[in-house]
Design a protein around this ligand. Sequence first.
Ligand SMILES: [Zn+2]
Length: 473
Amino acid sequence: MNPAPAADLLITNAYLVLESQPASAAERAGGITDVESAQDAGREIDGGWLAIAAGQVHSAGRMGQPMPEAARTLDAGGRLVTPGLVNTHHHMYQNLTRAYAPAVNGTLFQWLTTLYPKWARLDQESVYLSTYVAAAELLTGGCTTSSDHMYVHPVPELIDAQFQAVSDIGFRFMANRGSMTRSVEDGGLPPKEVVQDEDTILADSERLIKTYHDSSPGAMTRVALAPCSMFSVSESIMRSTAELAEHHDVRLHTHLAEDTDEDDYALEVYGCRPVEYFEDCGWATPRSWVAHYVYGSAAENARLAAAGVGATQCPSSNMIICGNAADAKTLRSLGMSVGIGCDGSASADSADLWLETRTALLLGRFRHGPDSFTAREALNMATQGSAANLGWADEIGHLNPGACADLVIWSSAPLSQTGVLTDPVEGWLRSGPARAHTVFVNGVERLSQGQLQLPGLEDAVLGHREAAAAMQN
Ligand SMILES: [Zn+2]
C-alpha cells in the first residue's frame, strides 16, 4: 500500500461543489439538468470528501475512494460545501451610518451629500471597528474574501487600520485605496475635509502597495487602486492612478455607470459619455473592474468586454438606490467577468453574500425569463466571477486542488431545506435564508456551528455602537 500524503483536515460526508457551472446549452437541449451535468463532469460530488493541507485544498474525492491521512476529520453531515463567496465591492465604514433616517429617501447624489459630513468624522478607531464588524458579518454569510473601497480620508492611515482588523480576524482582504480630489468647491459632491491632493494620494497608494500588497500565492492581503468616481476625482488622478497600477502590477477599480445622473454630468463636464471618459483615461484594460455598471450601452458593453474589464453587480444596493441593476446575463454572454458585491453598508444596509447571490438569481430571471438563469450561474458569479474581478481566479472561487482552503459548510435548515431532494444547489439558493454552519479561511476555522470564533468580537460590537452613535448624532 502507498502511504497517503498527510493532510491537516479531512472533511467527509459532504455534498461538494468544487466549482459552480451550469449545464452547457447542448446538454440542456438534450434534457440534461444542471445537477446531472455537474455530477457527471465531477464539478460536484454527492457524498464527497475534501482534504486540506497547509492552507490549500490538497485533494477531493468520493466517499469510498482512498482518502489521505489527516490530523483531524470533520463530518459535514451531508451538508452542502461550496467555495467561500467573494465580495468585490463594499464600503465597510458605512456600517457606522446604516439606515440613517435623513438619507433613506434620497437619490444617490442626495444620499451622498447627506452622509459625507458624517463620514468626515472617521478616524482610525472607527475604521478599525467598522472593518472588524463588516468582516465578521461577511463570514456569517459565507464570504471568505472581500475587497473594500475606502475613499473617504479625513485623516491618514485609515487603510492601515483596516489591515489590522482583517489580520485580527484572519480574513482574506483586498484593500481598494480609494481617493477623492474634487470637493464641493471644485464642482464635486464631497466636503473639502474628506478630499486629498494628488501627491498625497499617489504617495500613500505607493506606500500601501509596498507595505501590504502580497502578490505571492496564498496571500491574505492585497491592494488595488481605486479613485472613487468621475464626479469626485480629477482627470489627472484617473490617469496617474492607472499608470501607478501598471507600474506595480495591481488591480484598478472605480464606480462606473451607476446612475443616469452620471450621463448628464459626464456630458456637461467632459463632453462625452461616462464609458468614453473611462476609456479615454486609459482604464479599459484587463486590470480594471468596475462597480455597478448599470447604464452602459450595447456598444459600450461590447467594447469593455473585449477590453477585458470586469464588472460587479450589486443587487440590493442598486435596487434600493438606483432603481436598476447591471444586466449580468448579457454582460456574461459577451465574455465579461461579472462578480457580486454587497456594496456599502449604508446603501444596501446589509452585507450578506448569500442574500446578494440569491438576489442576482432573481434579477437574472426577472429580466430574462424563467429559463434564463440558474442557481449555479449566480453561484458562479459569487465565486469564479468575483475571483476574476479581483484577478485572483487561480486561487479563490473554486475548490480544485491547489486552491486556497476557503470554504463554507452551509447549515441544513430543518424547515426551509425540507423537501429539497433533487438539487442541493438550487435548493440552497431558492430556499433560505441560508446561514454558514462552518467557515474556513486559509484552512483555519473562523466560524463553527454557526458561531464566530473571534475573541475580540464582543468588544468590537460594543465599540462600534459607540462610534456609530458619535458619528450619527
Ligand atoms: Zn460603491
